[in-house]
Each structure stands twice: as C-alpha cells, then as structure tokens.
Design a protein around this ligand. Structure first.
Ligand code: SF4
Length: 275
C-alpha cells in the first residue's frame, strides 16, 4: 500500500536526485541551460537576506515568496519533502540510528539550546542589514552546494580515477562516471568535506542535529509556518504520559512507551489536520 511515508520518500529521492543532477550539470562540460540555481532561488532566506543587504529583490529569488506562501498554508513542506540537506540528514539519522525506543523518545525531546537557530537567524539578518551577507555559512542550500562542489564531487572523481587505475580495461565505461572533464581543484576541499561529514555523523548523537540546532532557514520557516490552534486536551495527554513500570520486561516496556508516543502523535495530527 502506498502510505504517506512512502510517497514522501519518493519525493525525497526525486528532489535529492534533482539537486545532484544540478550539481553535476553546473560543470562547463555538461552545461545546457538547466535551471541549476532553482534550489537557491526557492530559498526564502537567501531572498530575504539579499533584499535586506542590497535593497532589491533579484527576480529569480521571488520563488522564495511562493515557498513562504506554501509554508504559511500547509506547514514546512520544504523541510519534509524538498530540502536536499534535510533529506540527507534524515537518511543518515536513519542509517546511524542504534537507539532503543526509550532512547529514541529521549533523543527527540526538546532542549532549550535548540533555540540557537533562532538566534543565528536574527544575527545573520542583522549582519545583512549592515551589508554583511553571511547567510551562506549556515543556510542549507549554499552549505550543501559548497560541500558538493568542493568536496563530494572531487572525492567522487578521485574514486573513479582509483577504480580506473585498478581496472584499466574498464576505463571507457568507468570514465563516463566522471563529473568533470578536467580534474577538480578545490581549495580547502578537505576541510569543507570534513565539516560536512561531521554534521552527518552528529545524527548518531542527536537525530537531525543540523535542522534542530543550527539551521536558520528552518528557523525562518518555523516563524512563518501555519500554527496549530492551541489544543488544551493535548496538555492533558502529555500529563498522561507516565513512565512505564520497571517491573515489566524490556521489550514490553519499549512497546508501551512507543504506543504512548504514537497516541500523542495521533492526537497532535488530529488537531492539525482537517480530518
Ligand atoms: S531545517 Fe533546514 S536543513 Fe533541515 S530540512 Fe528544514 S531547511 Fe532543510
């Protein structure tokens, strides 16, 4: 059965593949007029910060207004379905996940320092007001673009070179896997790649660390997203979330804890969706 989760995964694969495609065809050898800057133009934080810093909105960046409208009406569609960096963190959070149910519940609890992303957002916008546009350090699209062009794609090409050295007869086939005709040279590529990998690995400690703690675009979308109407019965439900009795076997305790969380989630969904 095609569940909502499966549909979302299909969309995530599509948008991740689209991002990688745009990264590859940005190379002069493959350039054919594809709209390679679409993800950047869709990013409302890039549009907002650029407008604050320059006093004018470049017309391509107006795509961001559409995303703001969608977020206002339907919530964080971009985070859940489109954002390539969010998709990567989602994926690595999933494959690096070694927690049991109780640990999962604990690691998903809110911490006050998750508010850091809001302070970063304000700081970056204030800097933009003083004509210092530094959004590119932490905005997910420039961050991921930089990581791909300076580290991921050069590393991929080196890997292809290595395979060709091991299997010279396969060069005609393997050579087609190169993402660049000329060898890519990226200053500080190793450092940029190490930072990229570090944030992926941090998903092992805190799922979607980047999204929860650092992402200024996520903070901006959080401000503009459709807010659920306060639901007093949810508060009662939270208080009903009791510790599971320790005398029960571990598996039963885990199942009970998971069931409690699911009831809460269902309750939340009922409050948010026009069911
Ligand atoms: S929080 Fe940021 S990085 Fe995470 S999915 Fe949303 S926009 Fe992307």
């Amino acid at each position: 059965m095609l569940t909502l989760t499966k549909v979302r995964v299909i969309y995530q694969i599509f948008f991740m593949a689209l991002f990688i495609f745009f990264m590859v065809v940005t190379n002069l050898a493959f350039m054919k007029g594809y709209p390679v800057s679409w993800f950047l133009e869709l990013d409302p934080l890039v549009g907002l910060a650029t407008t604050i810093a320059t006093g004018s909105l470049y017309k391509g960046l107006a795509w961001g207004l559409l995303l703001v409208l969608i977020t206002t009406l339907f919530g964080r569609v971009f985070c859940n379905w489109i954002c390539p960096l969010g998709i990567l963190h989602h994926f690595f959070g999933w494959i690096l996940d070694g927690r049991n149910t109780r640990q999962k519940i604990d690691s998903n609890r809110f911490h006050r320092w998750y508010n850091l992303k809001y302070y970063l957002l304000v700081l970056l916008l204030v800097m933009a007001a003083f004509r210092t546009l530094q959004i590119g350090w932490l905005d997910p699209i420039p961050f991921l673009t930089r990581s791909f062009t300076a580290a991921v794609l050069p590393a991929w090409d080196l890997l292809v070179d290595g395979m060709i050295r091991i299997l010279p007869p396969a060069e005609p086939v393997l050579g087609k896997l190169h993402t660049s005709v000329e060898p890519r040279v990226a200053h500080w590529g190793f450092l940029i790649g190490a930072i990229f990998v570090l944030f992926l690995v941090l998903n092992r400690v805190i799922p979607r660390f980047w999204c929860r703690v650092l992402c200024p675009l996520g903070a901006l979308l959080g401000f503009v997203q459709a807010q659920p109407v306060a639901d007093p019965s949810r508060t009662r439900q939270v208080h009903r979330l009791r510790p599971v009795p320790r005398v029960l076997p571990g598996r039963v305790r885990s199942a009970l804890a998971l069931a409690q969380e699911r009831v809460l989630c269902l309750h939340e969904l009922r409050g948010r969706l026009p069911l």
